[in-house]
Design a protein around this ligand. Structure first.
Ligand code: 3PG
Ligand code: MG
Length: 397
């Protein structure tokens, strides 16, 4: 991975430092329901403040599509951010223009200011040069700590990096270090666990992973498509039957690349998808016509765990079953618990991220014990696809 500057390379005292964070957190009735991204952004901001920088925090929140909208205001983030930092945080009602300029002018060394939602301006997502210039005029230095927004080539994630001296923040650094240790320069064998509903959304990801990992576990709804492609009877399971050719191509590529694929050998099935349905466990290639696959079965769990024990590195994205609906979380929980135990015993480096993954690990009580859990959803997926992330690339040029 190319080198880039970090906080260690900047002298920040008395300087105005623009820090792109991703404070795009879940919120309900004006209250943050999961402050993880805020808490994980705190380290960089604290370090800059302690060194006497004037810290100016940039973020987006939701998708207001270039228009000011009260429900997307970042004002409700001020208190949780102040709590995470253990200090006062000022707020400006706009991210550019007079309101922002005055708030920046009022800063003393060590102060922290949060600006209003970047996406209230359409120049942000358009990466518009005039908007980049306006933003950049507020700072002397730029720090990008928003790995989870690095798949977007927006003004604040990409454009500004070309205008101001740029560096990676501590969270960005941590994300990149762990992702590199997991996939670019890993201890082998490497296992990837990929779940989720659809093959079609994870084609590039699977195609990239079979060329990089030694064992690939395919679970979730997308495993049904692979089973179907192999001629299995999958009853009325959710599957993308028109993707069968593509699934076979991925299996062929895996063979050519010496990547062992683990598909379900048994499955938990039910007639209906609802909480606590009457379930039975059947062979994964012989699902009764009126039943659907909702989780992988105990034999599959045992096979995954046996393989995992011989691996040194694990990358996890997506649940193995419909984990939000009891008792269909069982396989995901069992495998996550084993990964956590192996990690604790220092036998495994475990990295997880993307969409539902964190919720699934949290449900298993395994989140804390993983070596690293990414804050990223879409950016983690694009990184697993082997794509260059514009926000990361801009830091290296
Ligand atoms: C995310 O939550 O995935 C990031 O904050 C990026 O948000 P976006 O998908 O709206 O660009
Ligand atoms: Mg997203």
């Amino acid at each position: 991975m190319p080198k880039f500057r970090t906080l260690d390379d900047l002298s920040v005292t008395g300087k105005r430092v623009l820090v792109r964070c991703d404070l795009n957190v879940p919120m309900k009735d004006g209250k943050v329901t999961d402050a993880t991204r805020i808490e994980r952004s705190a380290e960089t901001l604290k370090q800059l403040s302690a060194k006497g920088a004037k810290v100016i925090v940039l973020s987006h929140f939701g998708r207001p599509k270039g228009k000011r909208a009260p429900e997307f205001s970042q004002k409700p983030l001020v208190d949780p951010l102040a709590k995470a930092l253990g200090r006062k945080v000022a707020f400006a009602e706009d991210c550019v223009g007079p309101a922002a300029e005055q708030a920046v002018k009022a800063l003393k060394d060590g102060d922290v200011l949060l600006l209003e939602n970047l996406r209230f301006h359409d120049g942000e997502e358009a990466n518009d040069a005039a908007f980049v210039k306006q933003l950049a005029s507020l700072g002397d230095l730029y720090v990008n700590d928003a790995f989870s927004a690095a798949h977007r080539a927006h003004a604040s994630t990409e454009g500004v990096a070309h205008v101001l001296p740029a560096a990676a923040g501590r969270l960005m650094q941590a994300e990149l270090d762990h992702l590199q240790a997991a996939l670019e320069n890993p201890k082998r064998p490497v296992m990837a666990v990929v779940g989720g509903a659809k093959v079609s959304t994870k084609l590039d990801l699977l195609g990239n992973l079979v060329g990089k990992v030694d064992r690939l576990v395919i679970g979730g709804g997308m495993a049904n498509t692979f089973l179907f492609a192999q001629g299995a009877e999958i009853g009325k399971s959710l599957a993308e039957r028109e993707m069968a050719d593509t699934a076979r191509q991925i299996l062929d590529k895996a063979k050519a690349k010496d990547c062992k694929i683990l598909l379900p050998v048994d499955a938990v099935v039910a007639a209906e998808f609802k909480p606590n349905p009457p379930i039975e466990t059947v062979a994964a290639n012989a699902v009764p016509k009126d039943k659907m696959i909702l989780d992988v079965g105990p034999k599959t769990v045992a096979a995954i765990i046996a393989e995992m024990k011989s691996c040194k590195t694990l990358v996890w994205n997506g649940p193995l079953g419909a984990f939000e609906t009891p008792p269909l979380e069982k396989a995901t929980v069992a495998v996550a618990k084993e990964a956590a135990a192996l990690t604790k015993a220092k036998a495994l480096l475990s990295v997880a991220g993307g969409g539902d993954t964190v919720a699934a690990l949290a449900a298993a009580g395994a989140e804390e014990q993983f070596s690293y859990v990414s804050t990223a959803g879409g950016a983690f997926l694009e990184w697993l696809e082997g794509k260059e992330l514009p926000g990361v690339a801009a830091l290296t040029r």
